[in-house]
Design a protein around this ligand. Sequence first.
Ligand code: ATP
Ligand code: MG
Length: 265
Amino acid sequence: MTQAQLAQRQDPLLAVRDVSVVFGGIVALNGVSFDMHKGQILGLIGPNGAGKTTLFNCLSRLYQPSAGDILMEGVSILKRPPHRIAEIGIGRTFQNVALFANLSVLDNVRVGTHARTSSDIISDSLRPPWVRRSEASVNKKVHEILGYLDLEDVAHATVSGLPFGTQKRVELARALAADPKILLLDEPAGGLNHEEVHVLGELIRRIRDERHVTVLLVEHHMGLVMSIADHVVALNFGRKLAEGTPGEVQADPDVIKAYLGSKDQ
Ligand SMILES: Nc1ncnc2c1ncn2[C@@H]1O[C@H](COP(=O)(O)OP(=O)(O)OP(=O)(O)O)[C@@H](O)[C@H]1O
Ligand SMILES: [Mg+2]
């Protein structure tokens, strides 16, 4: 039995249960269910308007589903505000890079660690002993991650002056600084060239293998999804169209039909 098959026999890390989202009259998601298992890279695909971003935003708590539930380790996340999902191990990046442009790489990544430490801005400024102690561990963590993502050389550079590809890596570093169990990636290949997409794919795989992070990858770049995902969920018009291994989903007649009628690919 493969590791992926073994994982599927365990309880899911994240369960999407019959989730629907309605905006005014538009049904953006219609009864979507699937499981994410520990250690998976799950690719979420679908033509324009399929509901991928809507689902992503439900997982990161920016949107409230109109019906259904989302369970992390068996517990509903739907009562949790967006700024408190990092505590339970859900980390995300943004499609259009959402860093503090005028801060250094180091400080941006440091912000990520605060999602998991007990200190906040007020206790930081007063600096009682327990904050000082945690500050040393934060610095250690930040430097470990900068090293891991090959960002040490630009640690003190201001984010706004860095190339887009590097900024995306800083965003990944910030998300990893909170030690997520699940990393939600929103079109990480957007705006990258062929070689950069290849490097990104290797990096996502390494993060899964070495840091034991489960990954949800929302992506238009079919080559990337098909080369690194273990499991793929395809959406169309807000419904789940197909689910399975990349090979199964790619060969699914409904998926082929949905993509033929779209400008994707
Ligand atoms: N905030 C919103 N208000 C109203 N309608 C929305 C909103 N967000 C999404 N929609 C609609 O919901 C449907 C699903 O959109 P969504 O952005 O989730 O698709 P997507 O799969 O991410 O598409 P794309 O590949 O183009 O990014 C679309 O019909 C879209 O117009
Ligand atoms: Mg989208």
